[in-house]
Design a protein around this ligand. Structure first.
Ligand SMILES: [Zn+2]
Length: 490
């Protein structure tokens, strides 16, 4: 039996194992182990369990060893997932209609998907070999994940790769590709394999089984692996490392892609993304910047967004900063403060920033600073408004009632808080656009919910005796409001 290696997370097989009883079924012959170029194969249906079809032999690679499964068709049925449970390969089909136990059926895999998976899996092995050659013998594979569109490889290394190391590794891997080295897969007894290749075979940890499937890239890398590999490095065409990052202490992740078609698409994507980002910056007065994809990555990390979301994130921050600026100017006027300005300075700072990640950080800090400033000024304004309003409060019983209208509901809340903070007998009734609120000081005995319910027609009022919010505006004048409150406090 040949085992899978390099697996990291729980596969779907682990989950399916609990649901599907495969006891007594013969192990499926994995045709893909011996011939990875075969894309079609006639097989006999052994059993159908729910939407899972079991065959005597198969060309379909099941998810495992960090590599994703093949897709394709079984007769006219579409195969959407393939998992392996205790050596039995389960083909999940969309529908089992037309499939019968005992029937001979033609299995066909999606050859394009297999090709991309094989290239990316080859590349994972190539990059282990290249990393060890460039960085040193301490490099081991700590995990890998192979998808059709990209692959990732985790290696044991203490710090993230420098740009130079990354390029050197990529260059060496591409040199091995150009040398057209053979990739062989040999099933061999465990002790023989260990004697020949040593413990480097066990990249992903211990491998069970008396036999190992050894994948060997001629004079470059040897690993025990069950994946679908090509037969020559030239078939990989080209490898590109998209990014590297430290994912935990002592583990560095390489994200890569193989095959010229995928790399070309990727580079076009990157070029477009770069252009879009620089266009957004230029629109807001930050001009003449250049950047590479690495800087884009660093900038996107500042905002904690995906790389492809960077242009619209910059756009959003710039537009929010503009709104904030207007709000600050209004507040400065209301508070009688001298305008702080500083926008021209900001643009100057952004224009002199060395790279995009610095631009991103300056933008982010500025935006954060504006938020704090607005918060602070609104509290100041609220305190000032509270003083003015309390000076003209109406006495109803022992309560000091303040009735007012405010343009912003957020400010209304702050004013209400300031009023009841300053005067424990206060009752604040504030109307704002389509909402209204009531807040009562510690010693005030008037029930806010009841009061608001009487003031707003058909109101939906939420809250408690001390604080309530009503959806809907108060359409009464001050005199009418006072009459209503008097009715309650009596
Ligand atoms: Zn492998």
């Amino acid at each position: 039996k040949c085992a899978d290696v390099h697996s990291e997370a729980k596969t779907k097989g682990d989950v399916v194992e609990k649901e599907v009883d495969v006891a007594g079924l013969p192990k499926t012959e994995p045709v893909y182990y011996t011939d990875t170029k075969l894309t079609e194969c006639k097989s006999k249906i052994i059993k159908i369990i729910g939407n899972y079809v079991v065959l005597d032999k198969t060309v379909f690679y099941p998810t495992g060893g960090g590599q994703q499964h093949d897709n394709g068709t079984l007769g006219s049925a579409k195969v959407v997932d393939v998992v392996k449970v205790k050596g039995i390969i389960l083909h999940e089909v969309e529908s089992t209609a037309g499939l019968k136990v005992g029937q001979i059926v033609e299995g066909k895999i999606d050859a394009g998907r297999r090709k991309r998976l094989a290239r990316n899996h080859d590349s994972a092995h190539m990059l282990v070999g290249a990393s060890r050659a460039i960085l040193g013998k301490h490099i081991w594979q700590a995990g890998s994940h192979i998808e059709p569109e990209k692959g990732r490889l985790d290696i044991t290394h203490y710090q993230n790769l420098t740009e130079a190391e990354k390029l050197e590794i990529e260059k060496l891997a591409n040199k091995i590709i150009s040398e057209k080295r053979k990739i062989t897969k040999t099933l061999m007894p465990r002790n023989e394999a260990e004697e020949k290749y040593g413990f480097l075979l066990y990249q992903g940890g211990a491998v069970p089984g008396k036999h190992l499937r050894v994948v060997n890239i001629e004079n470059f890398d040897t690993e025990a692996c069950g994946g679908t590999h090509n037969t020559n490095t030239s078939e990989i065409e080209q490898i590109k490392i998209l990014k590297t990052e430290k994912i935990q202490d002592g583990v560095i992740r390489l994200v890569f892609v193989a095959g010229k078609d995928l790399i070309v698409t990727k580079e076009l994507d990157e070029k477009g993304l770069l252009e879009n980002t620089l266009n957004v910056l230029a629109k807001f007065g930050v001009k003449g910047k250049t950047a590479d994809i690495g800087e884009l990555g660093a900038a996107s990390q500042v905002f904690k967004v995906k790389l492809e979301d960077l242009p619209k994130t910059f756009e959003r921050f710039f537009s929010e900063m503009k709104d904030n600026r207007e709000r600050i100017e209004d507040l400065e006027k209301s508070l009688g403060q001298k305008p702080e300005g500083g926008e021209a300075l900001l643009v100057k700072e952004l224009n002199s920033a060395q790279d995009l990640s610095v631009v991103a950080r300056v933008v982010f800090e500025h935006w954060k600073g504006q938020g704090k400033r607005i918060e602070q000024m609104e509290s100041q304004l609220a305190a000032k408004r509270a003083d003015i309003l309390l000076a003209t409060a109406k006495k109803i019983g022992s309560a000091d009632v303040v009735i007012t209208e405010e343009g912003s509901f957020e400010l209304a809340i702050k004013i209400a808080n300031a009023i009841i903070g300053k005067n424990k007998e206060a009752l604040a009734i504030i109307s704002s656009v389509d909402k209204s609120l009531a807040a009562a000081g510690e010693k005030c005995k008037i029930d806010c919910v009841k009061v608001l319910q009487s003031l707003v027609v058909d109101a939906k009022v939420n809250g408690n005796a001390k604080r309530a919010i009503g959806i809907g505006e108060i359409k009464l004048n001050e005199k009418e409001i006072i009459e209503k409150i008097k009715a309650y406090s009596r």
